[in-house]
Design a protein around this ligand. Structure first.
Ligand SMILES: NC(=O)C1=CN([C@@H]2O[C@H](COP(=O)(O)OP(=O)(O)OC[C@H]3O[C@@H](n4cnc5c(N)ncnc54)[C@H](O)[C@@H]3O)[C@@H](O)[C@H]2O)C=CC1
Ligand SMILES: O=C([O-])CC(=O)C(=O)O
Length: 342
């Protein structure tokens, strides 16, 4: 009996070694670091990245609570080796050699707040973390989740410029949750299977700066103008809908972790040379006269390989585009000014 058990354990071990070796042979070693890993988004995102076979090292950093999250996630029997880092002095080690750095560090909204109300706290957090990114993993692709994204991405760009490491192809504001919401709401309204639906979302990541392009949704459904207006507003207010429902206990964490995992996976696929990886993201851009703008981008071995134009917009979307520019510009300027203070 004992020898039978031993044989089956040995066979399972051989199989799991096989899986591990096979996975490493099929995809290169990739280190993903999450800054803010013990938070609402961070914990679920840590789990989802542990489930991603493209990740070989998962580095989890937070100011508090990381050892517990790292120990917990590390027991999942997937490829990635998990390391937890909890103190400021360990940040360099957490970041060293990272291919992708995901940043959900910072405070979330409470009812009645705008994303811009988070600026005073989160701008400083992002600025400091980005200084370390520039120092320890200047070539990493940075996925910025911390709000207000419209300003935190410009802050990161200025920090990297000062450090002499700025590569606009490697810095991304994560706007995937807007796309996730637009797809869900559109599919529900149109009675379509959500897996078959795609909707580009452009602009920025706050209120009216979020501009879903339902005229370019696939497949096209015959929706009324009132439906399109409803869907546009619901997508723009999606974050607030969750903030209100959580009633003081934070903002979207689970759907955001899902969206963050999709975007990080797209970055990894691009790095690994998978062709035609396209996602919407808030990046340095010449698509409009604003220096940062979210639109469809193709991801590759160096990050952004191509930024797509906006295509043909409906009259309603054209109006939305004009209306968002002033707010987005002021958020960008605010970030740039903050980063250059001191
Ligand atoms: N881009 C997007 O679509 C979305 C962005 N967010 C934003 O993501 C951020 C995080 O949200 P939650 O996870 O819900 O907040 P949370 O408060 O649950 O977690 C934030 C974590 O960041 C950590 N943290 C704070 N300062 C840090 C530092 N200097 N270094 C490392 N870790 C640090 C905290 O200890 C905490 O564990 C917020 O700014 C929120 O507005 C949220 C949802 C969607
Ligand atoms: O609304 C918030 O504060 C969090 C967020 O960015 C989102 O859920 O889209």
């Amino acid at each position: 009996m004992r020898s039978q058990i031993l044989r089956s354990v040995q066979s399972a071990a051989r199989k799991s070694n096989y899986t591990r070796n096979y996975a490493s042979a099929a995809s290169p070693e990739r280190k993903v670091t999450i800054l803010g890993a013990a938070g609402g988004i961070g914990q679920s995102l840590s789990m989802l990245m542990k489930l991603n076979p493209l990740v070989s090292t998962l580095s989890l950093y937070d100011l508090a609570g990381t050892p517990g999250v790292a120990a917990d996630v590390s027991h999942i029997n997937t490829r990635a080796q998990v390391f937890g880092y909890a103190e400021d002095k360990e940040l360099g080690k957490a970041l060293e050699g990272s291919d992708v750095v995901i940043i959900p560090a910072g405070v979330p909204r409470k009812p009645g707040m705008t994303r811009d109300d988070l600026f005073n706290i989160n701008a400083g957090i992002v600025k400091n973390l980005c200084k370390s990114v520039a120092q320890y993993c200047p070539n990493a692709l940075v996925n910025m989740i911390s709000n207000p994204v419209n300003s935190t991405v410009p802050i990161a760009s200025e920090v990297f410029k000062k450090a002499g490491t700025y590569d606009p192809k490697r810095l991304f504001g994560v706007t995937t949750l807007d796309v996730v919401r637009a797809k869900t709401f559109y599919a529900t309204k149109a009675g379509l299977p959500v897996e078959a639906v795609n909707v580009p979302v452009v602009g920025g990541h706050a209120g009216i700066t979020i501009l879903p392009l339902f005229s370019q949704a696939h497949p096209q459904a015959n929706l009324s103008n009132a439906d399109i207006e409803y869907l546009t507003k619901r997508t723009q207010d999606g974050g607030t809908e969750v903030v209100l429902a959580k009633a003081g206990k934070g903002s979207a964490t689970l759907s955001m972790a899902y969206a963050g995992a999709i975007f990080a996976d797209a970055c990894l696929k691009g790095l690994n040379g998978v062709p035609d990886v396209v996602e919407c993201s808030y990046v340095a851009s010449t698509v409009t006269d604003l220096p940062f703008f979210a639109s469809k981008v193709r991801l590759g071995k160096n990050g952004v390989e191509e930024i797509y134009g906006l295509g043909t917009l409906s009259e309603y979307e054209q109006e939305g585009l004009e209306n968002l520019k002033a707010e987005l510009k002021s958020s960008i300027d605010k970030g740039i000014e903050f980063a250059n203070k001191e």
